[in-house]
Design a protein around this ligand. Structure first.
Ligand SMILES: [Zn+2]
Length: 137
């Protein structure tokens, strides 16, 4: 009985020593690390918000040049995807959004740029990679 009690006592003492001795050091390190990460995150958030505001301004201007029914279709597609990309290029014979293969006939339709072509798998609007590369946002 006495032995069991003393083992328990040793455990308690050890816990207290570890708690008092290293606990604050570990917490201090975690705190410093956490603060650094928080500062980095705040900087990134501020930059992203600035970029978003600029892009929204550009969008407001561009929107006036687009037919209402196309804009509606575009916004509807955009809302369906997490990354918000409604227009994607054809890359390596595949849809840049869902990566499914695009049949050759469809690809030549896309290259002709006569009508809007959507991916038959994900519904995103497809454009040829040349057009995609020529667009600067
Ligand atoms: Zn797709």
């Amino acid at each position: 009985m006495e032995y069991v009690a003393s083992v328990a006592e040793v455990l308690v003492v050890k816990t207290v020593v570890v708690g008092n001795g290293f606990g604050p050091v570990v917490l201090g390190l975690m705190d410093t690390f956490g603060r650094q990460k928080q500062n980095e995150l705040q900087k990134i958030t501020e930059e992203t918000e600035k970029e978003e505001a600029e892009l929204n301004k550009k969008r407001e201007k561009s929107v006036t040049a687009v037919e209402a029914r196309l804009l509606l279709a575009y916004d509807r597609i955009r809302m369906n995807y997490k990354n918000g990309l409604a227009v994607v290029p054809v890359e390596r014979d595949s849809c840049g959004g869902c990566f499914n293969m695009i049949p050759p006939q469809r690809q030549s339709d896309i290259r002709l740029r006569k009508k809007m072509t959507v991916c038959e798998h994900c519904g995103r609007i497809l454009i040829d990679s040349e057009l995609n590369d020529s667009i600067e946002i």
